[in-house]
Design a binder for this molecule. Structure first.
Ligand SMILES: Cc1ncc(C[n+]2csc(CCOP(=O)(O)OP(=O)(O)O)c2C)c(N)n1
Ligand code: SF4
Length: 280
């Protein structure tokens, strides 16, 4: 643990305080177990108890994660997690709001919300478990799938250039952008703390293998390069680095200085007053 992280801890918490005890139904060996462990450790390091944290997700194997933790959880609609999280954070700014989900959920059906969450720069964290496939619906290619990945649904590959989440995040205005690996939960836990504490919208892309539909992703253990990314504070340099990278360099890519979106003044209105505004 770094000195900075220790200095911010306000309460003694353990990773187990964040575990709901529900047994994950993920396949044995799924990378998402590592992300769950890292979130539990990261939140314990951060030091805010689970009732001060809300975990928001969409739909997918990865989006089941909130059920396995003791924090408030919202398992919502496919691709809409960030829209819900934005509304929650703006109306309940005292909560630590963390959105989790998959590459299909966040970059495909939810791609629009991803871009605009980066633009809005609301002070919250987004963790994507990227396995470069739709796991829950049995192995369709996702936006980050390699163009030549051969599958039953796309024989010979989809032939499309993969979406570059880090470059898109920086270009769209995210204030903290990083990449991690689910097989390194301690390093991910520290990144989670850093992302939570960095003002504005923080995005962590986690390489999280789907061993069932992409067993070759076992090799990611050997491919990842810890500390392969250098921290940039210049957006153009960060985007250039993200585009030049092979997708396996880990660490923080970008830390920006944009002020987070301001919290709107609370509007107290009764249901009758709201209904009256919409009356025809
Ligand atoms: C509106 C809507 N469209 C499609 C689906 C079907 N669906 C459920 S999960 C999913 C993709 C999941 O992939 P990803 O987000 O990458 O998560 P993973 O299962 O790989 O963790 C899809 C297409 C749905 N539930 N709702
Ligand atoms: S199908 Fe893939 S992503 Fe889903 S639980 Fe199994 S290994 Fe994980």
């Amino acid at each position: 643990m770094t000195a900075t992280i220790e200095a911010h801890c306000v309460r003694e918490l353990a990773a187990k305080d964040f575990s709901s005890g529900a047994h994950p139904i993920w396949c044995p060996g799924c990378g998402d177990y590592g992300v769950l462990a890292a979130l539990e450790r990261g939140l314990a390091l951060h030091g805010r108890p689970s009732h001060e944290v809300a975990l928001i997700s969409g739909i997918g194997c990865s989006s089941r994660l909130p059920a396995y933790m003791t924090c408030y959880g919202f398992h919502g609609v496919h691709g809409r997690a960030l829209a819900f999280a934005t509304g929650l954070k703006l109306t309940r700014p005292e909560l630590e709001v963390i959105t989790v989900g998959g590459d299909g959920d966040g970059y495909s059906i939810g791609g629009n919300h991803f871009i605009h969450a980066c633009r809005r720069n609301v002070d919250m964290l987004y963790v994507v478990m990227d396995n470069r496939v739709y796991g829950m619906t049995k192995g369709q290619p996702s936006p980050t799938t390699e163009p030549d990945w051969d599958s039953e649904i796309a024989p010979g590959g989809i032939g499309l250039r993969p979406f570059n989440p880090l470059a898109v995040a920086v270009a769209s205005g995210a204030n903290f952008v990083a990449r991690a690996f689910s097989g390194h939960p301690d390093a991910l836990a520290e990144l989670i703390v850093e992302g939570i504490r960095w003002p504005g919208f923080a995005f962590i892309e986690v390489l999280s293998p789907c061993i069932t539909f992409r067993p070759e992703e076992f090799d990611w253990k050997a491919k990842v390069q810890p500390s392969g990314l250098k921290i940039e504070d210049d957006r153009a340099a960060a985007i250039a680095a993200a585009l030049a990278d092979d997708g396996f360099s880990l660490g923080v890519l970008y830390k920006g200085e944009r002020a987070p979106a301001p919290t709107p003044k609370p509007v107290m209105a009764s249901m009758m007053e709201i209904e009256a505004q919409f009356a025809l």
